[in-house]
Design a protein around this ligand. Structure first.
Ligand code: ADP
Ligand code: MG
Length: 274
């Protein structure tokens, strides 16, 4: 059995043609401020889908609405067709919608392996006495190591999480999320604070995740976005501008003027590899 077979979700994916995520007329207002306004798009099962937009576009708010960290003012979120709008974050996570945290939720004094093992145990409902059976314990450890290997961290398994480099820690956060066998993995600015080399390595890791895991990321680093996303959604001032493949998005005049009008100008329009 190869590594990826162990961590694919168990029967919680989308039926054929049903989007992994559906965002339907979703809004979140803060007083008179429309942080997210009537946003509608779908995330295809198996896709690597990025949400981008200038500062203040509503990306973090949208992410929190999808994860369930923030209640919506109106609209719906569907997970594999099911309406999860009124569900708490943990209930969405139990259904396979799992986020990594921008601010680390790792146990820094525990090893990388122990951090992943905890998530593996949670997934299998092992709480009180994981030590009961040596065979069982070994199986859980093997599973943890498979996840670490997928994230390129196996050689750091015995290191304390607190001793890992910044890039390695971000990888470990993804490993912890992946160990719960998500069907949809939400990545909140995974490249924030990463070196260019770490970002490149991270890109390869995300590209190497099992196809059964749908990935939705909110990301500032447009090189990373255009290096791994097959679909890109652009927000601007809380509104949905476009969802399309990277070429459509790069070519969009609305996107160009949104970015050029913001202080957050970027290399969105550079040709690939330039
Ligand atoms: P982005 O992540 O794209 O930069 P945000 O979702 O963080 O955008 O913010 C969108 C808008 O909502 C901004 O104008 C921001 O100031 C506002 N905002 C975000 N969170 C809150 C909040 N908790 N209370 C009031 N305004 C907020
Ligand atoms: Mg943000």
């Amino acid at each position: 059995m190869n590594a990826s077979q162990h961590v694919v979700p168990g029967g919680r994916g989308s039926a054929d043609g049903v989007p992994a995520l559906g965002v339907e007329g979703l809004s979140r207002h803060f007083g008179s401020l429309r942080a997210v306004q009537e946003v509608t798009f779908e995330v295809r099962a198996g896709s690597r889908h990025a949400v981008i937009g200038p500062n203040g576009a509503g990306k973090s708010t949208l992410f929190a609405l999808i994860a369930g960290a923030l209640p919506a003012t109106s609209g719906r979120v569907r997970l594999h067709g099911d309406d999860v709008t009124s569900m708490a974050e943990y209930a969405r996570a139990n259904r396979g919608l799992v986020r990594t945290f921008q601010h680390s939720s790792l146990f820094l004094s525990a090893t990388a392996r122990e951090n992943v093992l905890l998530a593996v145990q949670r997934r299998h409902g092992v709480q009180a006495s994981p030590w009961r059976s040596v065979t069982r314990r070994r199986a859980l450890l093997e599973e943890a190591d498979e996840v670490l290997a997928q994230l390129g961290l196996l050689d750091r398994a015995g290191a304390a999480a607190g001793a890992l480099s910044h890039g390695e820690r971000r990888q470990l956060e993804v490993a912890v999320a992946l160990a719960t066998a998500p069907s949809v993995l939400l990545l909140d600015e995974p490249a924030a604070g990463m070196s260019p080399a770490d970002t490149q390595a991270f890109q390869q890791i995300v590209l190497g995740l099992p196809q059964e895991v749908t990935v939705l990321l909110v990301e500032h680093d447009l090189d990373l976005v255009f290096g791994l996303a097959d679909t890109v959604t652009v927000l601007h001032l809380g509104e949905h501008l476009i969802t399309g493949d990277p070429e459509q998005v790069r070519a969009s005049e609305a996107v160009q003027s949104a970015y050029l009008g913001a202080e957050d100008t970027s290399d969105l329009f550079l040709e690939e590899g330039s």
